[in-house]
Write a protein that binds this ligand. Structure first.
Ligand code: AHR
Length: 550
């Protein structure tokens, strides 16, 4: 739709009387920052799926995090941690990816179905990294949580399942059979009968299928053209059962442009129509290198999750902020082969990755304690997805619970929502909204990076519209200064507004099992005057403004 047409139709539908050629919003000069929401410049619909999650069978994610078992003293629904289900329902989770990650390419889905007492124990892909006192279930997968339990978890929280298939160690036939198990109609196939025998007569209707994971590395060490042939082999014939299956190719890690180019080139060499089988191209980006340029070593470059100085704070945000250029860079390469951009980006692993040591449950591999810094990081990343609605179709934060950028931490009877979890609750209102171009103008932050001057932007965010309601989210990444911002909507008047703020006096603030609410969102007043609004964005904060347009 052309900008003008959208302007007329959406404004008419929303009952907003737009004045075309509306003059630029007139700001007073006194504010530190200005935000202009361009109501007449839609960027596309924000796919709810960019607010997705990732649950790998890795250490405490599944066993202890999600699955506690039906006979556990921990309150549960059919074996699934009840408090997790209750919290997740509040954030409207659209999609959850399972069972990996690297784990996926070592997983035989058949091990996780059928009578529970007959399910085999297998060595977990991650066993080598488990500590000596790790629970057995973390090293030797009991397969108690398999496809049925995952589908049940998704049903309970109201999310769509996204399954990652094993491309490295299983034949394509097993991929088809897994689809058959999940999607063939009741009574139609032997596998549908097996599903029914487990209590799941109706198909799970799984639409999203990952074709391997990190195929350039743990998923098989392929060259891009080799992976392209595997991708074609796996997806050439698969029964749809009335669903349009969405195959997701194993894309690059960060700026590995050659992987994207190599795959797309190999696909179109066979014929441009080959790309029709590709719904999405996965992109992974972890912010891990806090060495301030001193090393690229994966172990040495990582920083601490909780003990950091303001420079580490900015360095982490700077690493995370590469997301936008990664999206644009891969998108541009994809466009060389797919000019209509039928293939979308699926950012199915993102988040900060710190060195071990901060875990609330000692010994949980890859668990880390999210702080306010990670909340700002997550808000920044979700805003980036919101600003690129036509490029990013799915996003999965790595990972949901007890791992990396967790929304939740849990151990036995203990549970807490992390600052990251609160950000997902605050941002849920963007799902399905019309993303609007929004201009942020604020002074940059300058800091000393080991004797060299460095800077980071001062205020950024995104806005989306449902009818006459605009959700504006933004982060103030500065650790010291509040920003008094004037907010205007070009093409409309702001008639009322309210704010939700996530911040803390200490930039290291975090929640624990004992102190669950150290970092929690609070409501705040917004001053509405004339056609616009004024709000003070506290330092180190994530803010949501709910604006009513007239
Ligand atoms: O999220 C942890 C791991 O990071 C995943 O298993 C893998 O895909 C990535 O390298």
């Amino acid at each position: 739709m052309k900008r003008r047409d959208f302007l007329r139709t959406s404004a008419a539908a929303a009952g907003i009387s737009l004045i075309t050629n509306y003059p630029p919003f007139a700001f007073a000069q006194s504010a530190d920052a200005h935000i202009t929401i361009l109501v007449d410049e839609p960027l596309g619909t924000i796919s709810p799926n960019v607010y997705g999650h990732f649950t790998e069978n890795l250490s405490g994610v599944i066993y202890d995090g999600i699955w506690v078992g039906e006979n556990s003293a921990v309150p549960n629904i059919n074996g699934i941690r009840k408090e997790l289900v209750d919290e997740m329902r509040k954030i409207q989770p659209p999609i959850v990816r399972f069972p990996g990650g690297c784990f996926a390419d070592s997983y035989d889905w058949r091990d996780g179905i059928g009578p529970v007492d007959k399910r085999p124990r297998r060595t977990n892909f991650w066993a080598g990294g488990e500590s000596a006192n790790a629970p057995n279930a973390h090293r030797y997968d009991p397969n108690r949580f398999g496809t049925n339990e995952f589908a049940e978890f998704c049903r309970l929280i109201g999310a769509q399942p996204y399954l990652a298939a094993d491309l490295r160690s299983l034949p394509a036939e097993e991929f088809y059979r897994w689809i058959e198990y999940c999607n063939s109609p009741a009574g139609s196939t032997t596998l549908a009968d097996e599903r029914a025998a487990a209590g799941f007569k109706e198909p799970f209707n799984v639409r999203y299928w990952g074709v391997g994971n990190e195929a350039w590395g743990c998923g098989g060490n392929f060259m891009p053209d080799e992976y392209a042939s595997e991708f074609r082999r796996f997806t050439t014939w698969a029964p749809g059962y009335g669903l349009e299956l969405a195959y997701i190719g194993s894309g690059p890690d960060g700026p590995h442009w050659d992987w994207t180019r190599g795959f797309f080139e190999a696909m179109v060499r066979k014929g441009r129509e080959q790309l029709r089988a590709v719904y999405g191209w996965a992109l992974h980006h972890y912010a891990w290198n806090l060495s301030r340029g001193k090393t690229q070593d994966w172990e040495k470059g990582k920083g601490d999750a909780v003990n950091f100085d303001p420079v580490d704070w900015y360095e982490l945000l700077r690493e995370g902020d590469r997301m936008e250029s990664l999206i644009n860079g891969h998108w541009q390469i994809m466009g060389e082969f797919d000019p209509d951009h039928q293939v979308k980006l699926v950012v199915d692993e993102w988040g900060p990755w710190y060195r071990p040591g901060s875990e609330l449950t000692p010994g949980d591999q890859l668990e880390q304690l999210p702080t306010l810094r990670d909340a700002v990081f997550s808000g920044m990343t979700l805003d980036t997805f919101n600003r690129n609605p036509e490029k990013v179709a799915v996003g999965c934060c790595a990972q949901l619970i007890n791992c990396l950028n967790s929304l939740y931490l849990a151990h036995e009877n203990n549970f807490c929502v992390t600052p990251v979890g609160h950000v997902f609750a605050m941002y849920a209102g963007h799902q399905g909204g019309q993303s609007l171009r929004t201009e942020f103008s604020a002074p940059s932050i300058h800091y000393d990076r080991d004797g060299k001057p460095a800077s980071f932007w001062g205020l950024r965010g995104s806005a989306s519209m449902h009818g006459k309601q605009v959700v504006l989210t933004a982060v103030n990444p500065g650790v010291k200064d509040p920003l008094q911002a004037q907010i205007g909507a070009r093409g409309a008047r702001i008639s009322s507004a309210k704010a939700t703020v996530l911040t803390a006096a200490d930039i290291h603030a975090h929640n624990t099992f004992q102190d669950r609410n150290t970092v929690a969102p609070k409501s705040a007043q917004v001053q509405v005057k004339g056609d616009g609004a004024t709000f003070e964005f506290p330092p180190a904060s994530v803010v949501r403004l709910d604006l009513q347009l007239a």
